[in-house]
Design a protein around this ligand. Structure first.
Ligand code: SF4
Length: 229
């Protein structure tokens, strides 16, 4: 178990508030990511350049798990999926399905609120070329485990991409191969939590047509239907 520190609390969390599942700003458990963070602090001194804390109320029933912060997205703004294309699609969809309120404006001070929903990443630090190593994913999984354990009303997890899916499955103590990733799939985990899968809402996936806004919305429509049941 790793030592955790960071943000959150009742209602909407903010940076600097302590809470389980939140690494400290100088977490050094992944040497390559720590070195990259150091370089980025020199190159982009105005950026967040630290593990990105989860966003949303701790009493949420839905947890969305992404891969890792983007260099000029969450690593810049300090809020998951905020500042780059992936956030444009994700937050527009959350607003459409009543899982967010306010308006999204690509920065952490836009006043957007999540409703019954929280967002985190499988890996909290930005990796070079958006590619964490298997070891980094394994190391940061302790924080994901703490995050999940600290959500008292959690009933649904949406994994964005196969890596996030595998991280969630392993947190449940299952081998990744036991629960296979599939876009649109819904799995009941032994804990009783429902795990939904979607392709990641990255620009690459939408540019290549792997994921369309309609496909993404269909996943949320299904989750909303199950949440209301
Ligand atoms: S990715 Fe996670 S475990 Fe690795 S340095 Fe960042 S916060 Fe620590």
């Amino acid at each position: 178990m790793v030592k955790a520190q960071g943000q959150s609390g009742p209602g909407q969390p903010g940076p600097g508030q302590p809470g389980p599942g939140q690494p400290g700003p100088d977490c050094a458990l992944c040497p390559r990511l720590e070195a990259f963070r150091r370089d980025n602090r020199n190159l982009y001194p105005s950026f967040h350049n630290a593990p990105v804390p989860s966003f949303g109320p701790r009493d949420a029933r839905l947890l969305i798990v992404g891969l890792a912060p983007g260099l000029k997205g969450a690593n810049q703004t300090g809020r998951p999926f905020t500042g780059d294309y992936a956030g444009d699609l994700l937050y527009a969809t959350l607003l459409k399905f009543g899982l967010a309120e306010g308006s999204y404006d690509r920065h952490a001070g836009d006043g957007l609120r999540l409703v019954d929903c929280r967002i985190t990443n499988a890996v909290r630090c930005v990796p070079p070329q958006n590619k964490p190593t298997p070891q980094e994913i394994t190391t940061c999984r302790d924080f994901l485990e703490e995050e999940i354990a600290a959500l008292p009303r959690l009933r649904f997890i949406l994994a964005l991409g196969a890596i996030a899916h595998a991280a969630v499955v392993k947190v449940q103590g299952l081998p990744a191969a036991r629960v296979r990733f599939g876009h649109g799939a819904l799995h009941e985990l032994p804990s009783g939590v429902m795990l939904a899968d979607s392709y990641h809402c990255s620009r690459y996936n939408t540019n290549t047509g792997r994921l369309t806004a309609e496909m993404f919305e269909a996943v949320f429509a299904r989750i909303r239907e199950v949440m209301k049941a």
